[in-house]
Design a protein around this ligand. Structure first.
Ligand code: SAH
Ligand code: SF4
Ligand code: F3S
Length: 474
C-alpha cells in the first residue's frame, strides 16, 4: 500500500467525519503533479483516494501546492446549495492559477460534475475536465483529450462500477484509521436528496475485495476501518457461484474477524434497514464500535412521509429503544433537517422532542436547501422563510449542544478503551484518540510508553461539550 503526502481540503460543514492529519512523505518520483481537494461526505474522500491511485499509475504524484500542479482536481458535493457555492468560488481561484501556469488543467469530479454535467466546461468555461463519480477509470483518456484541446467530459453513471479492484492511495492519513467503501449509489429517493441523481443506483462491492482491503490496512498498521455507503444496511453481495450471500451483518462479522485489534465502524445506517441481526453482531464483537449514526431528519410523521423516509416517528423511537436494549453503552448520532416544505411549528416541536427522546450524543444539523431535480423540488414548494428555517435550526442546535454536553458529563468517572490517533490538536504533550462510542478523548502522555495505534484505558476526569479529558489507567 502506498501513502502520499497530500493536502486535502475538507469543509467541515459538509463533511461527515473527522478530518485527517497529514503524515508520510514519498520521494518525488513522478513526472507530473496533481493537486486534489475534496468536499462533501466521506465517500467523496474515499473516491479521491481511488482517483489518486488511478493518477499515480499514470505517472502523477501529489502536491500540496495547487500553483505548481499540472492537474488540479476538485471532488465536489451537491447536497446543499452552500456546498456548491463554495466550490464555484474555489474554481474561479483555480481559473486564475491556470492563467499563470501554462498547460495546467482544472477538473471537476464528484456530485457537482454529475449534476451540472458539461455546464461548467461549456457555458461557464471554468474547467477543462468534468468527470462523474462512476467514470474515474476514464480519467487518463480524458486528460489526454483535454491536453489536445478537446472536451474532457464523462458523466455516465454505471450499475456495476465499485472500483473494487483499485487499491486506494491513502491521502492525508494518520496511519490509524481509514475509510473503506463497501457500496455506491442509493435507491432510497428521500424527496429532499440529490444523491440518487448524482451517484446513481445502489450496488454492493465484492465482499472479498473489501476484506482484502481491510486486511491490507491492518497489516500496514491501521487499527480502525469505517465501512462506507449511503445506506450500509442494504449491503448485499452474492458470489459468482451463487453459493454465498453476504449481508451487512455478515460483512461486519467478516471484517471484525480480521483481528480483535482492528476496530470496525460504519456509516450511514438508514433507520428502516438496520436489522436486529446487525445489532446483535455489533453486541457480539468487542471490536465493532458501539456507535450508530441513525439520521432521523425530522420528528414529525407527516414530514417524514413528505420526505419519503418510509418510517414514522413511533417506528424510529422503537428503533432507538431496541438499540439501547441490545447495547446499553451504544452512542447514537443523527442528521436533522429544519424547515422542510410545509413544516409547521408543531412539526418542529416534534423534531425537538424526538431529539430529546433519542438523547443523541451528537448531530449534524442543517436547514433545508432545495436541490433542482429532486422529488421535493418537483412536487412541493420551498415555502418556509429563511429566517424561520434559521431560527428553528438554532433551536435544534441549542438543544443538541445541551444533550452533547450532558452525554459527555455523564462519562466523568468512567473508564474507556481508547485507540490513540496522534497528538492532541492543542498540545504535543497530550494524546488524542477515540472511544468505541466515537467520542474524542484527550489525555497526557505522561511517562507511559504508548504510541499512535495503541489501545489504552483512559479514566475520564473532566469534559467539554466536544471532548472528554482523562488519564491513562493500568
Ligand atoms: N445517506 C445518508 C445521508 C446522506 S446526505 C442517510 O440517508 O442518512 C447527509 C445529510 O445531509 C442527510 O442525512 C440530510 O440530513 C442532509 N441533507 C440531504 N439533502 C439535504 C437538503 N436538500 N437540504 C438540507 N440538508 C440535506
Ligand atoms: Fe439521500 Fe436518502 Fe439516499 Fe441518504 S438514503 S443518500 S438521504 S436518498
Ligand atoms: Fe455530497 Fe455527493 Fe456525498 S452530494 S454528501 S458528495 S454523495
Amino acid at each position: 500500500m502506498e501513502t502520499l503526502e497530500l493536502i486535502d481540503k475538507v469543509h467541515d460543514e459538509d463533511r461527515q467525519g473527522e478530518p485527517f492529519a497529514p503524515i508520510a512523505i514519498e520521494p518525488n518520483i513522478y513526472k507530473k503533479k496533481f493537486y486534489i481537494e475534496s468536499y462533501g461526505c466521506a465517500m467523496n474522500f474515499a473516491d479521491s483516494e481511488i482517483v489518486a491511485s488511478i493518477l499515480s499509475n499514470e505517472g502523477f504524484g501529489a502536491t500540496k501546492n495547487f500553483e505548481e500542479a499540472d492537474l488540479v482536481l476538485v471532488n465536489t458535493c451537491s447536497i446543499r446549495e452552500k456546498a456548491e457555492a463554495t466550490v464555484r468560488k474555489r474554481l474561479t481561484e483555480f481559473k486564475k492559477a491556470k492563467q499563470a501556469k501554462r498547460g495546467m488543467l482544472v477538473g471537476i469530479l464528484g456530485c457537482m460534475a454529475e449534476r451540472l454535467k458539461g455546464k461548467l466546461l461549456e457555458e461557464e468555461k471554468l474547467v477543462d475536465l468534468v468527470i462523474g463519480p462512476d467514470a474515474y477509470r476514464t480519467l487518463p483518456a480524458l486528460i489526454q483529450d483535454a491536453e489536445s484541446g478537446q472536451k474532457g467530459v464523462n458523466v455516465l453513471l454505471s450499475r456495476e462500477e465499485t472500483y473494487g479492484d483499485i487499491a486506494p492511495i491513502r491521502l492525508d492519513s494518520n496511519g490509524v484509521n481509514s475509510f473503506v467503501s463497501i457500496m455506491r449509489g442509493c435507491n432510497n429517493m428521500c424527496s429532499f436528496c440529490v444523491v440518487p441523481f448524482t451517484r446513481g443506483r445502489e450496488r454492493s462491492r465484492d465482499a472479498f475485495s473489501i476484506i482484502n482491503e481491510c486486511k491490507d490496512l491492518f497489516d500496514n498498521g491501521y487499527r480502525e476501518v469505517t465501512l462506507l455507503g449511503q445506506n450500509v444496511d442494504s449491503y448485499y453481495w452474492v458470489d459468482e457461484q451463487k453459493d454465498m450471500v453476504v449481508t451487512f451483518a455478515k460483512l461486519l462479522e467478516m471484517v471484525a474477524n480480521i483481528s480483535p485489534l482492528l476496530r470496525v465502524r460504519f456509516s450511514t445506517s438508514h433507520p428502516k434497514d438496520i436489522t436486529d441481526e446487525v445489532l446483535f453482531t455489533m453486541a457480539r464483537y468487542e471490536n465493532i464500535c458501539k456507535y450508530i449514526h441513525l439520521p432521523v431528519q425530522s420528528g414529525s410523521t407527516r414530514m417524514l412521509q413528505l420526505m419519503n423516509r418510509t418510517y414514522t416517528r413511533e417506528w424510529y423511537m422503537a428503533k432507538v429503544d431496541r438499540i439501547r436494549e441490545i447495547m446499553p453503552d451504544c452512542s447514537i448520532t443523527s442528521d436533522i433537517i429544519a424547515g422542510f416544505c410545509t413544516e409547521t411549528e408543531e412539526d418542529h416541536q416534534d423534531t425537538l422532542s424526538i431529539i430529546e427522546y433519542s438523547k443523541y450524543d451528537m448531530s449534524y444539523m442543517f436547514f433545508y436547501s432545495e436541490r433542482p431535480g429532486t422529488l421535493a423540488a418537483r412536487r412541493f414548494t420551498d415555502d418556509i422563510p429563511l429566517e424561520v428555517k434559521k431560527r428553528r435550526l438554532n433551536e435544534i442546535v441549542k438543544l443538541q449542544n445541551r444533550l452533547s454536553q450532558h452525554s459527555n458529563f455523564a462519562d466523568i468517572g468512567k473508564t474507556f478503551k481508547v485507540l490513540i490517533e496522534g497528538n492532541s490538536k492543542k498540545s504535543e504533550n497530550d494524546w488524542a484518540g477515540k472511544s468505541s462510542q466515537n467520542k474524542v478523548v484527550v489525555f497526557p502522555k505522561a511517562s507511559y510508553n504508548v504510541n499512535k495505534g495503541d489501545y489504552v484505558n483512559v479514566k475520564i476526569t473532566s469534559a467539554t461539550g466536544a471532548t472528554l479529558l482523562g488519564e491513562i489507567v493500568e
